[in-house]
Design a binder for this molecule. Structure first.
Ligand code: ZN
Length: 203
């Protein structure tokens, strides 16, 4: 499986990192080795002093597809969940300033965290979905899918013009504002509406 991530999909987050608003979705990949094993804590790696949390709605692909049209994109997923696109921000800023690819900052082991629980998409209005990240009991990120620059079905159509989507692939749909540093000892919890789908200890 592969993990496809969308960058700069919420205007408020584009502003907080002083990025330019893109004309088309920003895409990057994480390898399957980036996926943090279930129920494991995240260990801050030695090559960074600034790992940021990015809470994102995650789509699980359930059919093989290429050149999927927006109209039929909804047939390619049933389940939604939450994930953390963990980012070595110090390293990413350095790479960005040199115009280099982001992989070292985004695709390292454990940099993709998905929740323990997935939800049936039918239960929700996908265009008005609240999600939230708490750090040590305090709210640090709040998002609503109505604020996405590109909606889920648009993302699936766009992404599939470049990459064949396979069963089990994950699409991280971008983070809203409020990204911030995590430190040893932190405890993260993520909620989709009122349902807790993810928790993570930082070591
Ligand atoms: Zn992200």
């Amino acid at each position: 499986m592969k993990i496809i991530c969308i960058g700069r999909n919420y205007a408020d987050h584009v502003q907080e990192l002083a990025n330019e608003k893109p004309d088309s979705p920003v895409i990057f990949l994480k390898p399957d080795s980036a996926l943090l094993a279930k129920k494991q804590p995240f260990f801050i790696p030695p090559f960074t002093n600034e790992v940021h949390h990015e809470l994102e709605l995650v789509i699980k692909i359930n059919r093989l597809g290429k050149f999927i049209t927006q109209k039929f994109a909804h047939k390619y997923y049933d389940q939604i969940g939450l994930g953390l696109d963990l980012t070595a921000r110090d390293l990413q800023n350095e790479l960005k300033s040199k115009g280099l690819p982001w992989e070292k900052a985004k695709a390292f082991d454990g940099a993709a965290v998905v929740g323990h629980k997935w939800m049936d998409k039918q239960k929700f209005d996908l265009n008005n979905l609240n999600f939230q990240l708490n750090k040590n009991g305090q709210v640090v990120q709040q998002g609503n899918t109505s604020l996405m620059l590109w909606k889920i079905d648009e993302l699936i159509a766009y992404v599939s013009t470049f990459f064949t989507l396979k069963i089990g692939d994950l699409i991280f749909t971008g983070t809203p504002a409020g990204v911030g540093k995590i430190s040893e000892g932190d405890y993260l919890e993520a909620f989709l509406e009122s349902e807790k789908l993810l928790d993570l200890k930082i070591r």
